[in-house]
Design a protein around this ligand. Structure first.
Ligand code: PAF
Length: 280
């Protein structure tokens, strides 16, 4: 695997590959890689000739300084996993290389009416930071296709809109959520859960499954209320939101519709977890 911290040599390497007509798949990450990330690398390998991955814990997308400080980092293990997975290039820049002295944030407001809902409402400025860094990464890598995980469903919508507006020749791929055997969505943050919290965390997908199992015109509303109670009754969990929305624009459903998605965010101890499930 070819590892770069600096933009210029990375770009000349990618340029040479482009001249050989090789299609470049790109998987942006913040590291602490797990099987979910590796499934994105696999998807990229399947559709493209070479895969570039980035690892950069982007400070501007954290709305909480402690969360940024405590975000899991394990670069040696990440490199080992990426080599095993057949990733071709790893871009692992410093904060200076990505931001220089200009620590500005773009505004995400133009990338969809749903920017201020759900994650946007609970993590003010989060999508401004995501858009800023993802735009910069796309400009540096100039990928043919990009691969994002469905766990960050709202992020997928925002990035799709960014591509439609600014990068029309990049193909967007949304990849299925990878889950632990009890259903918990894989996340870099899961390593922060203690034993009791780890058991409680599986209630998130159980609540979403409960809604899906009762997704019909008669029981849809009561099942959402019951799912909220499942979370409320556990002492380790603090619900931020659990809502069922239109999958295209994230507006909350006011009437039953087969085409819907349930999204949840909750603190499990000190760790914030998110998950979602398409209901149709
Ligand atoms: O999903 C993530 O890990 C991050 O938001 C991303 C897309 C790598 C941008 O920092």
């Amino acid at each position: 695997m070819n590892l770069y911290q600096d933009i210029k040599p990375l770009q000349s390497h990618l340029q040479a590959k482009r001249r050989q007509n090789l299609r470049i798949g790109f998987v942006p990450t913040m590291g602490a890689l797990h099987a979910g990330h590796l499934s994105l690398i696999d998807a990229a390998k399947e559709k493209c000739d070479i895969v570039a991955c980035s690892i950069f814990v982007n400070p501007t997308q954290f709305n909480n300084l402690l969360d940024l400080e405590l975000y899991p980092r394990n670069i040696e293990n990440d490199i080992r996993l990426l080599v095993q997975s057949g990733c071709y290039i790893l871009f692992h820049p410093t904060i200076e290389e990505m931001y220089g002295s200009d620590f500005h944030k773009d505004s995400a407001a133009v990338y969809g009416p749903y920017i201020n809902l759900l994650e946007g409402a609970h993590r003010p400025g989060h999508f401004d930071g995501v858009i800023t860094i993802v735009k910069r990464l796309f400009e540096i890598i100039e990928p043919d296709e990009v691969f994002f995980g469905q766990k960050d469903y709202q992020q997928c919508l925002v990035i799709k809109t960014l591509l439609e507006r600014n990068f029309t020749n990049i193909v967007f791929n949304r990849c299925a959520i990878k889950r632990e055997t009890d259903g918990l969505a894989m996340s870099s943050r899961n390593v922060k859960l203690n034993k009791e919290e780890r058991i409680a965390a599986s209630l998130l997908i159980q609540a979403l499954n409960h809604i899906k199992a009762n997704w019909n015109a008669e029981t849809w509303e009561t099942s959402i209320a019951e799912a909220k109670k499942m979370i409320a009754h556990n002492k380790h969990l603090q619900l931020e939101y659990l809502c069922v929305t239109d999958p295209d624009n994230l507006t909350e459903l006011s009437a039953f519709n087969m085409n819907a998605i349930a999204l949840i965010a909750a603190y499990c101890g000190q760790t914030r977890l998110i998950d979602n499930l398409l209901l149709n």
